[in-house]
Write a protein that binds this ligand. Structure first.
Ligand SMILES: *Cc1c(COP(=O)(O)O)cnc(C)c1O
Length: 235
């Protein structure tokens, strides 16, 4: 087994253990491998060892990797998750590159993603999966909508037919136990499910806190360095 396949399988058994401890079925948990700062070739290697969900946090990098991998043989069934702060003027590129956008944190961004949809013509409308990113820190300058405003944003998204509200996303603050931050996120997720019962995704948990996230009900984990190894440059 390659080192990559070994790290992946080690993380997957930790996910399975954490799910068992939490009395949950690991099959209901999607493990997204965050490939930011790594070359596009890593995405191909991950696909070859069975990964079908990858995450990127920068629009330019997402666009470049998709362009590079476009010429390669088909990466069947690969889904791209956009997990970074999104600029409204980059919404069209993000929409083209991503199957799901986890980081919708303001009405303007939701509107821009909606406007970037291909016009509904014959056949099926192009629908983008989106999550409301909730700011779990005390710093209003961080990504994410304030918890109190999350429901209003969710209601707005429901008025945009080219977006499908899937749930919520959060990043635990560095200065708080992840369990309590994820419990807050779960509370927001409950509110949003009362607006739309099908918005069941909770995207939470990274290399350092995915066990706590699983205990708090996360359905989508965003794991980078534990699987990919350290990131080449910043990050
Ligand atoms: C980079 C990143 C991750 C993955 O971080 P690791 O600690 O490497 O697992 C998860 N979520 C977001 C939003 C990120 O930017």
């Amino acid at each position: 087994m390659s080192e990559l396949a070994e790290r992946l399988s080690a993380i997957d058994s930790q996910i399975a253990d954490a799910a068992r401890m939490a009395g949950r079925d690991a099959a209901e948990i999607t493990r997204i491998v965050v490939t930011k700062f790594h070359p596009a070739s890593l995405v191909r290697e991950l696909h070859a060892v069975g990964v079908r969900d990858v995450g990127e946090n920068r629009q330019q990098e997402l666009e470049a990797k998709r362009a590079e991998l476009n010429d390669a043989r088909a990466l069947d069934g690969l889904r791209w998750h956009f997990i970074g702060q999104a600029q409204t003027n980059k919404a069209a590129s993000i929409r083209r590159g991503a199957d799901a956008v986890h980081s919708v944190d303001r009405i303007k961004l939701a509107d821009a993603l909606h406007r970037a949809a291909s016009p509904a013509g014959e056949g099926e409308q192009d629908v983008l999966d989106v999550l409301v990113q909730v700011n779990l820190t005390d710093d209003a300058g961080r990504g994410g909508v304030e918890p109190d405003d999350a429901q209003r944003l969710a209601e707005h998204i429901l008025t945009l037919p080219s977006l499908r509200l899937r749930g919520v996303m959060g990043v635990a603050p560095l200065d708080e136990a992840p369990a309590s931050a994820f419990a807050r996120l779960h509370g927001v997720a409950d509110h949003i499910r009362s607006v739309d019962a099908s918005a069941t995704w909770i995207s939470a948990g990274m290399t350092g806190d995915f066990v706590e996230a699983i205990a708090a009900g996360a359905t989508h984990l965003r794991i980078g360095s534990a699987i990919t190894g350290p990131r080449p440059d910043r990050g």
